[in-house]
Design a protein around this ligand. Structure first.
Ligand SMILES: NC(=O)c1ccc[n+]([C@@H]2O[C@H](COP(=O)([O-])OP(=O)(O)OC[C@H]3O[C@@H](n4cnc5c(N)ncnc54)[C@H](OP(=O)(O)O)[C@@H]3O)[C@@H](O)[C@H]2O)c1
Length: 257
């Protein structure tokens, strides 16, 4: 055991970590040929995934900085419909310099948001469809009512219907791979994370620990009916001077990172 010093300050005036260094620390494997699933969550010290129903109050400057940088590196942002509804998701809005860097790396200038939903219960006038520069991808199954699906298509969504009632992990990965969206950033929520863990599809977790205690009845970052223990390797630990801790955990498997 050894002490980890606070070298990795992120937001102080004398910050030692520059954006390029952070991009390097969070680089995806080079040219992944299948979806690499990176989860990103923020939680309180006592493990709460929300404060008053959303994650907003858990955010810190370091977390927001990382959130933006992780979106910059991703081909697609995957999220469960529960999170889209509670957090009122809109599209990713990279600035001009970020778009240029993405294009230079051979990526689309803006990563689409891909929403996973059984019910297709997403309002066609919600920010997901109206406050976005690129069409969202809605991945749903046979159980979704046809009128909701058609309303989403009419509102501009790229709807993928898989041949199952919900969206099995295999079908989700296949839909992303078909579109060559292999650098996947999954922003939750806990139910989708639980399913991906159960199916052993999670390659890494980027976890921000926000310097606060919350108590209450908030859930954890992953939830599922049964447990799925997955040993992870610590890739790095970064600290900010306000107490925020940023960790990256990677699942080791043959043929992967
Ligand atoms: N702290 C953080 O970093 C963080 C991150 C994300 C979310 N959150 C919080 O987590 C809460 C939401 O939790 P949640 O567990 O409900 O989130 P979730 O996983 O985003 O949403 C669950 C919903 O997503 C859809 N879904 C998920 N997996 C699916 C699958 N395989 N096939 C089809 N549909 C699927 C279903 O939508 P339908 O009901 O439409 O069928 C399901 O009801 C919110 O309060 C949010 O603020 C926190």
């Amino acid at each position: 055991m050894r002490a980890i010093d606070n070298e990795g300050f992120l937001t102080t005036a004398h910050s030692r970590l520059h954006d390029d260094e952070i991009r390097e620390l969070y680089a995806y494997p080079t040219d992944p040929s299948s979806p690499w699933i990176r989860m990103n969550f923020v939680s309180s010290i006592d493990g709460a995934v929300t404060s008053d129903g959303t994650s907003g109050a858990l955010g810190t400057p370091a977390d927001r900085r990382l959130f933006t940088l992780l979106r910059e590196l991703a081909d697609v942002v995957v999220v469960g419909a529960g999170t889209v509804r509670s957090e009122n998701y809109g599209g990713a809005k990279p600035d001009a310099a970020t778009r240029d860097r993405r294009l230079a790396r051979g990526q689309a200038s803006v990563p689409p948001i891909a929403v996973v939903t059984t019910s297709a219960h997403i309002h066609p006038r919600s920010r997901l469809l109206t406050d976005t520069d690129v069409p969202p991808i809605v991945i749903t199954g046979r159980a979704a009512p046809e009128d909701r699906v058609q309303a989403l298509v009419a509102a501009g969504a790229d709807v993928v219907r898989v041949d199952d009632d919900a969206v099995p992990t295999s079908a989700l990965l296949a839909s992303l791979a078909e579109r060559n969206l292999n650098r996947v950033l999954c922003e939750g929520g806990p139910s989708l994370f639980g399913q991906l863990l159960r199916d052993d599809a999670v390659d890494e977790l980027c976890l921000t620990t926000s310097p606060m205690l919350i108590a209450g009845s908030a859930g954890r970052i992953a939830s599922s009916p049964s447990s799925s223990p997955r040993p992870m390797r610590r890739a790095h630990v970064l600290a900010d001077d306000d107490g925020t801790i940023l960790t990256r955990w990677v699942r080791e498997r043959p043929g992967r990172l």
